[in-house]
Each structure stands twice: as C-alpha cells, then as structure tokens.
Design a protein around this ligand. Structure first.
Ligand code: PLP
Length: 375
C-alpha cells in the first residue's frame, strides 16, 4: 500500500528487458550491428513514449529518473533561458525544492514561494500576482502531490504562465502513465517521468522539453542523448519504461476504475470503523490523484507507533507526522495542511495490483490497532 514510493515491476516489462541483458548487449554508440540493434531499440522506445504523450521523439531526453529530470529542467531554465526568478511552492518534491534552493544559494536565481490555501492547494491569485511582478521567470508546480494528492490543472496554470511570458515546468512523476497527456496542445515547456512509479524499472526516467528548449547538460562526456545527457544509455531501463507505459495506456480507464474503487473503498471502510477519521489535503476528493489517500487519524495510545505496528502486521505504507505530536519524522508537505485530528498521518497509495481484500485486511488491522491497549 505504498505505491507512490515505488511500484512492483510488471512481469511483461521484465520479459521485455531480459533479451537486452542476455543477448543484445551492444553499446548503442557502436556503429556495428551489435550497437545498431540496441540503438534501434532505444529510438523505437523514444518514439513510442512520444506517441503516448503526443509530442516529438526529439523532445524526450532519457535520464536516471524523476529527480535528474526535474533538476535538468530547472537548471536549463537558469543556465540557458536567462531565468532569474523561479516561482514554486513549499509542497513540491525535494527534487524541485532543493534544486531551486541551490540555485538561490549560488546567487543564480531568486525563489518566490507561492501562497498555499488551507488544504495546501495553490493560491491562484497569488500565483498571478507573482507572475505579474516577475518577468521571464520559471514556474515549477507539480501536477499531483505525492503525499496529499492535490492536483493542478496543467492547462489553466500553463495558460496563465504563457499569458505572462513565463516558462512552465511541472513535476509529473506521480501522474505519468496514470493520466493522459496531449503535450502538443498543452501550454507547458517541461514535464518529467520516472518508470518505477508506473511498474517499470528503477533508475530510468525522462524529461520532456519543448523542441527549442533543449536542455543544458548536467553530465558532460560523450554525445549520447543528442548532447543533452552524456553516458552510455540505460538500455534495459529505457526498453522497460516504454513497455510499462504501453501497458498503462492500453487500459488507463480500467486501471483508473480499479484503483479509484480501492481508494473509495478504503475511505468508506475507514469511516465505518474510525468515524473521526479525516483525509489530508485534497486526497479525499474525487478530483485528487486517485492513487493516493492521506489519512489523518484521531489521537490514540498507538499513535506514535502506528507505522511500526502496521509494518509488523505486514502492511507497507508511509508516514508523515507534521500534525502529530512527539513524533520523530516530519513531513514538509503536511506542515502546510491544516489537519483535523491530532493523531498520526499515514499515506496509503494503491496500484492495479492491489485488491479489495488488501484494503479490507488493512482496515481490519487498523481498527484492531486503534482499539488495542499498548502493552
Ligand atoms: N517527484 C515526485 C513527485 C516523486 O514522487 C518522486 C519520487 O519519489 C520524484 C520526483 C523523484 O523520482 P525518482 O525517484 O525517479 O528520482
């Protein structure tokens, strides 16, 4: 129940990758047949990913994952596009927050933090005000939040950015292959993906960039990735990511129905056994990221040990404790959310491999824990 952290690889993805470990081991930069075979597979994957996202293959640059892709977008804006002001939010992923903060620390850009509403959604009026006051800036706002499932409308934010001559980057790591994209018709300059969030392998992702905004390389070396990112390509990663995307987009609606069904079941079951339960951010709403539910429990004796006890019970989920007292690890996201209860916050996140039985068993264990005396 921790699929926002990572997802299990689909068996079909593994099957697709194996021949490139076992047989086709050429270096894609080699001009002989061994190399050409692998180079072909990389370019086929690139075209396939571009087809799914409705962009051009040359606009996809493979990276080691979402973190690198976010860094590449932000650094390109600063180093190549003359951006000196970056507008972003305090609930972005660390890949964005720490990158923009580093740019500021080095004196290369100033960061403007957009105000957030009580549920940590973006205050659109303040965004507009910041855009009005800062020329040629970069806006970096995530498509969906990995902890509290808040989503932004890429078209609306993109149109606002374009109206003010700003570049727009969105971290789409949590929505990639979970929602459809039509990049040709979306006013956006950079988005990012990471295969391990949609049943692909770890250590591979990509940056989409508008054709004319080719990234400034962060890694220098050979001419791979059309001089955007040096180093011998992660061949099986790329092939696995492309296959994982195929599977997701083949039946996106079916996966959505299944996973959203699990999320609503979890909410219903929780409300039955713990009536005071609340849901953080927008995660309880229909429009939120359907794979993530952030649960705010009432205080109980078990509160400080909840994650630990769930782990012992075989339930993997993730914590975030800004609203609870006396806990060791805080969440930089939950700090910006007004929680209803004083108890622990737990993020449950689902995939197409979860079942209704998983949900019922998890809620059963939670109910037992909440009522149990601490020994
Ligand atoms: N952005 C978001 C929203 C994420 O959830 C993650 C992963 O946790 C990342 C970026 C980083 O991706 P990666 O693990 O591929 O570096």
């Amino acid at each position: 129940m921790d699929n926002a952290a990572t997802t299990p690889m689909a068996p079909e993805v593994i099957e697709e990758m194996i021949p490139f470990m076992r047989n086709y081991f050429g270096n894609p930069s080699s001009t002989h047949a061994y190399g050409r075979k692998v180079k072909d597979a990389i370019e086929t994957s690139r075209r396939n990913i571009a087809k799914h996202l409705k962009c051009r293959p040359g606009e996809i640059c493979f990276t080691s994952g979402g973190t690198e892709a976010d860094n590449l977008a932000i650094q390109t804006a600063v180093l190549k596009l003359g951006v000196r002001d970056i507008i972003t939010s305090k609930v972005e992923h660390a890949a964005v927050i720490n990158c923009v903060s580093e740019m500021e620390k080095r004196g290369m850009a100033k960061v403007h933090w957009v105000n957030l509403n009580d549920d940590a959604s973006v205050d659109m009026d303040h965004l507009e005000e910041l855009l009005h006051n800062n020329e040629n800036c970069l806006v970096s706002l995530m498509h969906a939040n990995n902890e509290i499932a808040n989503r932004i409308d890429l078209n609306a934010v993109g149109a606002l950015c374009k109206g003010h001559g700003a570049y727009f980057h969105s971290d789409t790591v949590q929505t990639m292959a979970h929602y459809t994209f039509d990049l040709e018709n979306t006013p956006i300059d950079f988005i990012t993906g990471s295969a391990h969030k949609f049943h692909g392998p770890k250590g591979i992702g990509f940056l989409f960039h508008r054709k004319e905004l080719g990234p400034v390389p962060m890694i220098h070396g050979g001419g791979q990735e059309r001089n955007r990112r040096a180093g011998t390509e992660n061949i099986y990663g790329i092939i696995g990511m492309s296959k994982a995307m195929d599977i997701s987009y083949e039946d996106l609606q079916g996966h959505y129905k299944h996973i959203y069904g699990l999320k609503t079941l979890m909410m219903e079951e929780l409300r039955k056994v713990i009536p005071e339960v609340a849901f953080n951010g927008e995660s309880g709403s229909e429009e939120s990221l359907y794979t993530v539910l952030s649960v705010n429990f009432p205080d109980s004796e078990i509160a400080s040990m909840m994650l630990f006890r769930l782990d012992i019970e075989g339930v993997a989920c993730s914590g975030g404790s800004a609203c609870s007292s006396g806990s060791a690890k805080g969440s930089h996201v939950l700090e910006h959310v007004k929680c209803v209860n004083k108890g622990p916050n737990v993020r449950f996140s689902f995939s197409r491999y979860n079942t209704a039985a998983d949900i019922k068993s998890c809620v059963g264990k939670l109910a037992q824990l909440m009522t149990a005396e601490v020994e």
